[in-house]
Design a protein around this ligand. Structure first.
Ligand SMILES: Cc1cc2nc3c(=O)[nH]c(=O)nc-3n(C[C@H](O)[C@H](O)[C@H](O)COP(=O)(O)OP(=O)(O)OC[C@H]3O[C@@H](n4cnc5c(N)ncnc54)[C@H](O)[C@@H]3O)c2cc1C
Length: 476
């Protein structure tokens, strides 16, 4: 999706003035107004958007797509958008599964996939800094050659950008030890819509005013454009010990996670599957139990000691060991998304992933209510818990189904979203743990955020007074 063809074909509705100014401001071949590219950039990886594309529907079409390859070009494109009152939607690698980078009012899509360059390694402070368009897996591979890792592994590592991680408040599979992007990123640079360049950092902590690094996390391209990111790095762990466990039911597993985490242990991997998803996670295993995957990584013998402590807690809740093979197998296919993609490619096939979060005290009723209400809307409803905090946990629901045709599949997806969001709101849970708001959650945001939503509105007015950045998102 981020490899535009040449600027030929049907012209868009962008004014001649906007297109000719963009063409003059950017390197040759970086402005696209042909129908093929405008159609391609009107979709992302949101299943609703994928189904629309398959049906030839492009309701979120930009008027022009441009590619910036450095910060100065980003500043120039923003100036043109501002001076011509043209909406502008930043786009990383388009891996959003909630329609975050979809233009609601046409205008410019600013593709940042060429905002790349040689990373800067700091082996004293243990950080790496790279331009915002750099692909996560490219940076991880570059670090691996030097004996380091980010320990930040969203499932979309190979298809998302580090600037996108900031803008979406992303998290990774090892979050229980290494945290979400809010822990992983130490600094970043943002260009505001008026061209102001803001460098956000604390070295390593500061108490002069609030920590503004939080401000743009999850802002979904509505507050500014992220042009560079500094991330923590780690030496590759000397030892990783993994073990899968069988738990008799969902609640014994969730309690095992809580017990381990609240004891102060920090497994790098902590994933627990309900009965339905356990059949997918360990296909050879089907006795009605649920699977918990744990990994501990560390120097020396610490991982082994941590495993011993965790084992005692899991066994107290009825856990029995399934050995390390199921976890090793998961590592080998952990970036694979083909079950969802294959189903979406079938006529009438539909699939959705919805992740929410709640406190430990609220997660059980939320899980029960979601499973009961979503059950009739899909052939299978899978659930897992994979991001853990002392006070609560995320819940990730995967829905797989087949309808008569794509039209019926699309209306099923709309019903799924409505149901999931209403039930989560009613239970007082968080509408999204890490996939963000996008258009998928747009209608449900004001009620869910309550008084906080007014602050988002005021921030938007202050940071982007002309309201050109990604309008029609975050419930505004
Ligand atoms: C198979 C798959 C698995 C996934 N797994 C995870 C996961 O484990 N964890 C997770 O957190 N997410 C996951 N996601 C969601 C997605 O990959 C993340 O939200 C990711 O951070 C998006 O990055 P991107 O570069 O693709 O951004 P895009 O999809 O291009 O854009 C997303 C939003 O960020 C804004 N944006 C992007 N780049 C910038 C920038 N430089 N400056 C300002 N705004 C910007 C856009 O305007 C848009 O609002 C998954 C997606 C897929 C398809």
């Amino acid at each position: 999706m981020n490899t535009p063809s040449s600027a030929t074909g049907l012209r868009s509705q962008a004014t001649d003035e906007v297109v000719s100014r963009l063409t003059a401001a950017l390197s040759a071949g970086r402005v696209f107004v042909d129908a093929g590219n405008l159609d391609a950039y009107s979709h992302d990886a949101w299943p609703v958007s994928i189904l629309e594309n398959q049906q030839g529907q492009h309701p979120h079409r930009p008027d022009v797509v441009v590619q910036a390859s450095n910060q100065a070009e980003v500043v120039r494109v923003l100036a043109i958008a501002r001076e011509t009152d043209t909406p502008l939607v930043a786009r990383g690698l388009g891996s959003s599964v909630t329609g975050q980078a979809l233009p609601t009012r046409g205008g410019i899509v600013l593709d940042l996939s060429l905002l790349i360059g040689e990373p800067e390694l700091d082996e004293i402070d243990m950080t790496v800094t790279a331009p915002g368009g750099v692909r996560g897996s490219d940076l991880e591979s570059w670090l691996a050659l030097r004996g380091y890792t980010m320990n930040f592994f969203p499932q979309s590592l190979t298809r998302s950008s580090i600037g996108g991680w900031i803008a979406t408040r992303a998290t990774g599979q090892l979050s229980s030890k290494y945290g979400g992007i809010e822990q992983a990123a130490t600094a970043y640079t943002v260009v505001l819509s008026d061209g102001t360049i803001v460098e956000l950092s604390q070295k390593p902590r500061a108490a002069v005013g609030p920590d503004l690094r939080q401000l743009f996390l999850g802002s979904e391209g509505m507050f500014g454009i992220v042009t560079s990111v500094t991330l923590k790095i780690y030496r590759v762990a000397a030892a990783t010990i993994s073990e899968a466990w069988r738990l008799p039911n969902v609640w014994s597993g969730v309690r095992a996670m809580r017990s381990i985490y609240q004891s102060g242990l920090r497994p790098s991997l902590m994933r627990f599957y309900d009965e339905t998803e356990t059949r997918h996670a360990i296909p050879s295993y089907d006795d009605g139990g649920c699977a918990l995957f744990l990994s501990f990584d560390s120097i020396g013998t610490v991982a082994e000691a941590e495993r011993t402590e965790a084992r005692r807690m899991v066994e107290e809740l009825g856990g029995t060991s399934l050995g390390s093979a199921p976890v090793e197998s998961w590592y080998s296919r952990r970036f694979d998304f083909s079950t969802v993609e294959k189903l979406l490619a079938e006529d009438g096939g539909y699939a959705e992933t919805i992740e929410v979060a709640h406190l430990w005290s609220g997660i059980e009723p939320l899980y029960d209510d979601l499973k009961a209400a979503l059950g009739p809307l899909a052939d299978e409803v899978l659930g897992h818990f994979s991001h853990v905090y002392p006070q609560g946990v995320s819940l990730y629901v995967i829905l797989l189904g087949r309808a008569r045709d794509n039209k019926e599949a699309a209306s099923r997806l709309a019903e799924i979203w409505r149901t999931a969001m209403e039930i989560t709101t009613r239970n007082g849970g968080e509408l999204s743990h890490h996939h963000g708001a996008g258009l998928a959650r747009q209608a449900f945001i004001p009620e869910s955020l309550g008084s906080q939503h007014g602050v988002i509105r005021r921030l938007k007015e202050a940071l982007d007074p002309a309201a050109i950045l990604n309008p029609g998102h975050l419930g505004l």
